[in-house]
Design a protein around this ligand. Structure first.
Ligand code: PLP
Ligand code: ZN
Length: 420
């Protein structure tokens, strides 16, 4: 008999301690590190084939992400809270590829998710699982997009959400949180300060704490990035993945997805070289990578326009760094100006309005191609993790907008000249 979910238990990524999945756990009770959801992949491999997966249409009421339900932690379909997340396109990007010098470039366009960022994937799964386990209230610190996503999924679940974000987080993140009637708090500090507030209050107030990688299920939602990528690339993973990294859920989620798919026998041992890109003004993972460390020291004075990457410390630092090193990847920084240029390049060549985080992946690809780290014919995937519409306008936007008076007899002379 096939089951809706093949979840078995939770396993500590550091000490291996096994925890029951039928109760809510945050981090490992023995060592405080990240817990991963584990599945009975041997049993699943006997009941589901890759071909059956490919043929499976999304349940119209649940949307594309839940096509992967056997590999997700929610056992009771009725607990699922969906806004139609996942199933984003893997867009060939030949025009920006030409500018970068890459003949096989794709963009995973995550701005199409509910709440216009890939945070929807993680929150869809974590909120569904929290509801299944009987949560009465949910809380999370956020640099911006996670709060908006939590607010939306909590509203849809009929659960109160308490969200905490830096006071200078992007305005749309505050607005979307308030529209979904979350209890929004602004913090005079960074996401790490917001996280400390959540941890201090979650227990006494009975909130389920959904901080990045401090519970095992958001990473499961982000894992679907890797599952989709594998399927969309015909089960032949690309050579290079460039990922704008903050807390790292996406990169470790994808890395986990690839391991599970290999265990199922759906992909081989080939792995993309995983590239972490961070902002010059907040690059704890890049620094740790360069210094050969497995843990990152917190970044002081974090500053960048890419709110999702303004994360001075990541609980899953060792998991991110392991994925980068085991894959033969690398880690690099780009400046905010380079991100803006990357965003504008993407906009004018492909018509995509990416978040600054997406612009950062374009800037990183330019640099890595220029340095010869990526060869011209390698297959490269950039992650545009959110929509640019959620951020202030690019600072160097070329604005040349004539104001036309419809009664002006000389109007046609004021229309912009043809593009040469
Ligand atoms: C949160 C966020 C990131 C960073 O994602 P992690 O998986 O936490 O590293 C990147 N881009 C955007 C738009 C985000 O909201
Ligand atoms: Zn442990």
């Amino acid at each position: 008999m096939s089951r809706f979910s093949y979840l078995t238990d939770l396993e500590c990524t550091a000490c291996g301690a096994v925890h029951s999945a039928s109760e809510w756990h945050n981090v490992c009770t023995l060592c405080g590190k990240v817990l991963y959801a584990r599945y009975d992949l041997a049993a699943l491999g006997k009941t589901l084939s890759r071909q059956e997966m490919e043929a499976r249409r999304p349940d119209p009421a649940l949307g594309p992400l839940w096509r992967w339900h056997e590999l997700l932690p929610v056992g009771n379909q009725a607990a699922i809270v969906s806004l139609g997340e996942g199933g984003t396109p893997l867009l060939p990007a030949p025009r920006v590829g030409k500018q970068i010098g890459l003949t096989h470039l794709w963009i995973k366009e995550e701005g199409l998710n509910p709440t216009a960022s890939f945070k929807a994937r993680g929150m869809a799964v974590a909120v569904s699982r929290a509801r299944e386990l009987g949560a009465r209230a949910l809380a999370a610190p956020s640099a911006g997009n996670a709060a908006g996503a939590l607010a939306a999924y909590a509203a849809r679940a009929g659960l109160p959400a308490y969200v905490f974000m830096p006071q200078d987080a992007p305005e749309p993140n505050k607005v979307e949180s308030l529209v979904a009637a979350a209890r929004l708090h602004l913090v005079d500090g960074l996401i790490s300060d917001a996280g400390a507030i959540v941890r201090a209050n979650a227990g006494p107030r009975g909130w389920f704490d959904l901080s990045t990688l401090r519970e095992p299920y958001r990473a499961e939602g982000k894992k679907t990035l890797g599952l989709e990528l594998a399927e969309q690339s015909g089960w032949q993973l690309p050579d290079v993945i460039i990922y704008p990294t903050g807390g790292g859920t996406g990169i470790v989620g994808m890395w986990k997805a690839f391991a599970e798919l290999e265990t199922l026998g759906w992909i081989g041992a080939h792995r993309p070289r995983m590239v972490v890109v961070q902002a010059e003004g907040c690059a704890p993972i890049v620094r740790a990578y360069q210094q050969g460390e497995r843990h990152a020291t917190p970044w002081q004075g974090a500053r960048t326009i890419a709110a999702g990457m303004r994360v001075p410390a990541a609980l899953g630092d060792y998991l991110i760094l392991d994925a980068v090193r085991q894959s033969g990847g690398t880690a690099l920084t780009v400046t905010d100006d380079e991100m803006v240029e990357g965003t504008l390049l993407l906009g004018r060549t492909e018509g995509l309005y990416g978040a600054p985080e997406g612009g950062a992946t374009v800037a990183a690809a330019l640099r890595l191609r220029h340095d010869g780290w990526i060869a011209p014919h390698e297959r490269v995937v950039l992650f545009n993790t959110g929509s640019g519409l959620k951020y202030p306008a690019p600072t160097t936007l070329p604005i040349n907008v004539p104001l036309l008076n419809p009664r002006d007899p000389d109007l046609s002379a004021k229309i912009l000249p043809d593009i040469g």
